[in-house]
Design a binder for this molecule. Structure first.
Ligand code: F6R
Length: 610
């Protein structure tokens, strides 16, 4: 992952780079650094930890100049320490910031060491710095040196390079990792995305895979993967809304949880016509489809699992929902798949992007369901659908997941109607049902008072199980994922019916078991599964709609305060409504434990490495 930024010609480069890094911190926050051109070399500042640490260093020891590069790191090669923080240097000749993984870095490191280059870090990136220094000894220009370097490296990369020999230029390249150029009247910028440059320009040029080139203050020279001069369009991106603030909430995640009613409303608004009927922004012919693939990672994958239940139930259209990082490597059968849809908040997750490219190579139509319109997936897929969650800053996905669910239910309904499975009446019912979701999830926030009682106990647990059936099984997965990533408590989800096939052996006195229930066809079976866990000593916590909770009280007994309820709703939309308390449970447990909720350890918001 990592975020990179660079500028040539900006009067206060240090400030522009630091602001750019603030916007890129979602890509990683293990360490950060900035290098500026200075005399015949560079001035460098680095710090381990979040960006504020670097800001502190720069406050103590300011940098002045008009040309520089910056980096915020998510560690891949080498531990998190100062030596491994970018920019990486080759003496005072070259400074590099890089996002991605140079896969053949070991061989290159050996070759460069044999030539006398000394390595200061464990990173793959340092190889790039020395490769540039080596190439610059012979190459007649920075562009030529860049060509020499990229011919030697394998893997995924986006980089920006300063060379002391060419103080008025920056070398750049991208392969599988995103990179954009920002143009203004008297300065040039480069960044991992357009948002990074939002303070300084709206004129952005998105590079394609294999592109490389050289920037100067007023000029951009780009070549494509074949070495031919490439002209990339300049896009005017939407005015930057400015840095998003917490607006009085303790954490971005808390704010984003509370924004979910609005998120569903905005997203629905974009998928509804003037009469209130679901309408897609682009024509999609579901009637002739033989199968769909939802490809995604993490929480987006979980949204895709719920989307699969909906699409198969409402539209009788077979769906495979696959973890993107597995999909393309298992040589999947794709002949029945009419459309492969990548589901991704960022639109940049490399695993999902690669899975989509795999399907496009096989001749399958591709689409992207993304929250960032300028993202690589939106630009590369044949079509895209936009969730309207707005910027999501908390690393753990909440409102963008809810927006994905909204669109996936709309898609299933539209598909079901097109395919003649849903009558006009049923379609109308679902439209009305989804229109009630913002109110229902707003009301579900009231569950936090019950959650408060449970949190101190859960926070003590070393391990925890989540159970659900039907669409509530993926919701259980989401509950477990959120608890793991935010509070570092081990948590697993199981389909309730699967417990007796093995996992029930895990149950011992006091093990928290969070069971999700709604008033659907599975309810009595799910309650039996809870009883089985309780009989073996589990500390059962029920998260349920009102009426399902009542049945659980009647059947199970002895639950005391261990029931978190949300308003009654149709089982179809229960995964949306019940997602709210599972997010709050994880959030409040993490706050109780004092973990870094918005930036949990080892994570990054956008995962652009495999
Ligand atoms: C978990 C979470 C991650 C992301 C995953 C995919 O809370 O946020 O699991 O869902 O990294 O990211 P996108 O949706 O940007 O492709």
């Amino acid at each position: 992952m990592c975020g990179i930024i660079g500028t040539i010609g900006y009067p206060d480069a240090a400030d522009a780079l630091l602001q750019g890094l603030r916007r890129l911190e979602y890509r990683g926050y293990d360490s950060a650094g900035i290098a500026l051109q200075k005399d015949a070399g560079f001035a460098v500042r680095r710090a381990v930890g979040k960006l504020n640490a670097l800001a502190g260093v720069m406050h103590e020891s300011p940098l002045h100049g008009t040309t520089g590069i910056g980096h915020t790191r998510w560690a891949t090669h080498g531990e998190v320490n100062l030596a491994n923080a970018h920019p990486m240097m080759s003496g005072d000749r070259v400074a590099v910031v890089h996002n991605g993984i140079i896969e053949n870095h070991r061989i290159l490191r050996d070759t460069l060491t044999a030539k006398g280059y000394q390595f200061q870090s464990q990173t793959d990136t340092e190889v790039l710095a020395h490769l540039f220094a080596d190439a610059l000894d012979h190459a007649p220009s920075l562009m030529a040196a860049t060509e020499v370097v990229i011919a030697q490296i394998e893997g995924a990369y986006a980089f920006a390079v300063m060379a002391a020999d060419y103080p008025d230029q920056l070398a750049i390249a991208r392969q599988a990792s995103p990179l954009a150029i920002g143009l203004s009247d008297d300065a040039m910028f480069v960044g991992s995305d357009a948002i990074a440059m939002g303070d300084v320009t709206q004129r952005v040029m998105f590079l394609k895979d294999g592109d490389y080139g050289v920037l100067s203050r007023q000029d951009v020279a780009i070549k494509d993967a074949k070495g031919q001069i490439a002209n990339r369009d300049v896009t005017i991106v939407a005015a930057n809304p400015g840095l998003v603030t917490k607006e009085g909430y303790h954490h971005f995640m808390e704010k984003e949880i509370h924004e979910q009613p609005d998120t569903v409303m905005h997203t629905l608004g974009a998928f509804t016509d003037a009469d209130g009927a679901f309408a897609l922004p682009q024509e999609v012919n579901f009637a002739d489809m033989t199968g769909l693939a939802y490809l995604a990672a993490g929480t987006s994958y979980i949204a895709g699992l719920i989307g699969r239940y909906w699409m198969e139930e409402l539209a009788d259209l077979p769906v495979v929902t696959e973890i993107a990082s597995e999909f393309r490597y298992r040589h999947p059968s794709y002949r029945q798949i009419s459309l492969a849809m990548g589901i991704s908040q960022s639109g940049e997750s490399l695993d999902t992007l690669m899975a989509l490219r795999y399907m496009a190579d096989k001749g399958v139509d591709t689409a992207a369901l993304v929250n960032v319109e300028t993202s690589t997936m939106a630009r590369e897929a044949s079509g895209y659908l936009l969730t309207r969650a707005g910027p999501e800053i908390g690393v753990a996905s909440t409102k963008s997941y809810m927006a994905q669910l909204t669109v996936l239910l709309v898609l299933a309904t539209v598909a079901g109607h097109q395919r003649g499975i849903l009558s006009d009446k049923r379609r109308l019912e679902i439209e009305q049902m989804l229109a009630r979701v913002p109110r229902l999830i707003g009301e579900a926030m009231a569950a936090t008072s019950a959650i408060k009682q449970i949190v101190p106990r859960l926070a003590q647990a070393r391990s925890c199980l989540y159970l659900g059936r039907g669409t509530l099984y993926p919701v259980a997965m989401e509950g477990a994922l959120k608890l793991k990533e935010l509070s570092y408590i081990h948590a697993e989800a199981y389909a309730s019916g699967e417990m007796k096939h093995g996992p029930i052996a895990l149950i011992e006195d006091g093990l928290p078991v969070v069971a999700l229930l709604t008033d659907d066809e599975h309810l009595l079976k799910s309650i039996s599964n809870v009883l089985e866990a309780k009989a073996r000593g589990a500390d059962v916590i029920i998260i349920a709609t009102e009426s399902a909770a009542q049945k659980a009280r009647d059947e199970i007994g002895g639950l005391n305060g261990n029931i978190i309820t949300v308003p009654d709703c149709d089982a179809l939309i229960a995964p949306m409504v019940l997602s709210l308390p599972i997010q709050c449970l994880a959030y409040m447990t993490a706050v109780h434990k004092g973990t870094d909720v918005d930036q949990p350890r080892n994570l990054a918001k956008s995962v652009t490495v495999e």
